[in-house]
Write a protein that binds this ligand. Sequence first.
Ligand code: MLT
Ligand code: MN
Ligand code: ZN
Length: 302
Amino acid sequence: MLSIVVLGTAAGGGVPQWNCGCANCRSARNGHPELKSTQASIAVSADREHWFLVNASPDLRQQITDNPILHPRAGALRHSPIAGVILTNGEVDAVAGLLSLREGTAFDLYAHSRVLTILDDNPIFNVLRPNLVPRRALQLDTTIDLPLPGGAPSGLTLEAFPVPGKVALFLEDESDTGEGDTLGLVIGDKASGQRLVFLAACAEVTPGIAEKLDGTDLVFFDGTLWRDNEMIEAGLGKKSGQRMGHIAMRDAIAALGDIDIGKRVFLHINNSNPALRADSPERRAAADAGWLVPADGMEIKL
Ligand code: MLT
Ligand code: MN
Ligand code: ZN
C-alpha cells in the first residue's frame, strides 16, 4: 500500500510569510492559526518504515519534529526513517531543507542533472558528504525501482518526466530554462499497483501530462495561485502565475476536469490564494470540483 503524508502545503515563504502583511498572513498571525502552513513537501512509503521525501523544504526540521513517522526508531542512538529525497526543481523552497539533513546519516538524493548541478555549484551542500548521501541523476521518462540505502528494495517505483516550468528564480539572470528544470513524478507501489503523480509546479497541462495523469490514484497539483493575476491585483508582486511557471488553480480545475483521477489534492499554495480560507467561495468551488486543499500533517489515504 502507498502511504502518503503531507509535510507542508505552502508555496515559497509559507503562511505567514516573514515579510507579508496580506489578509491571509495577517489572519494566520491573529486568530486563525489553522491558516499557518509550512513549505510544500510530502513523504511517501510502501512499508511505513522507510520514507522518501519529495523535496526538502526550508521547514524540514520542523516538519520532522511534527511528524512522528519521521522520528528516529525507539532505542536507536542515531537513525532516521528518511531513506531518500527526490527533488523536482532547484528552487529555494525545494532544496534548502537538505541543509537540515546534515549530521551524518545516509540517504539517497535524486534529482535531474540540471538540479544536481545547482547543488554541485554551491559548496554549502557539501555538508551532505557524497559517500553518505550519493547524488543520483534521474533519467526522464524512465521508471526505476527505488532502493533503500544499502540496496534492498523499498517497494516503490519512480518515474520523472519533464513539465512546463522554468529555471530556479535565483538563476533567471544567468541561465535559460531547459528540459529537466521542473519535473513531474510518478511514484508507484509495486505490491498494490497504486500510484500517485506529483506536479506541484506546472505551468500548463499538455497532452503528455494529461496522459501521465490518466488513471492515477492520486495527484498532487500546483495550487500556487487561484487567479493568474492575483499577486499583481493584490499589490503583492509584479509577476503573473504564468511568469512564475505556475498555472492558476481555477484553470487547473478546468484542465484536469475530464481526466480519470482518483484523488485530487492541491499543493504549493501561496499565501495570496483566497482558497486557503475554508469559508471562501474559491475553496467551495475547488471542493465542488472534487479538490482537496490539505493541511500540514494530513495523511492522504488511498
Ligand atoms: C516558485 O515556486 O515559484 C518559487 O519557489 C519562487 C521562489 O523561490 O520564491
Ligand atoms: Mn516554490
Ligand atoms: Zn501574505
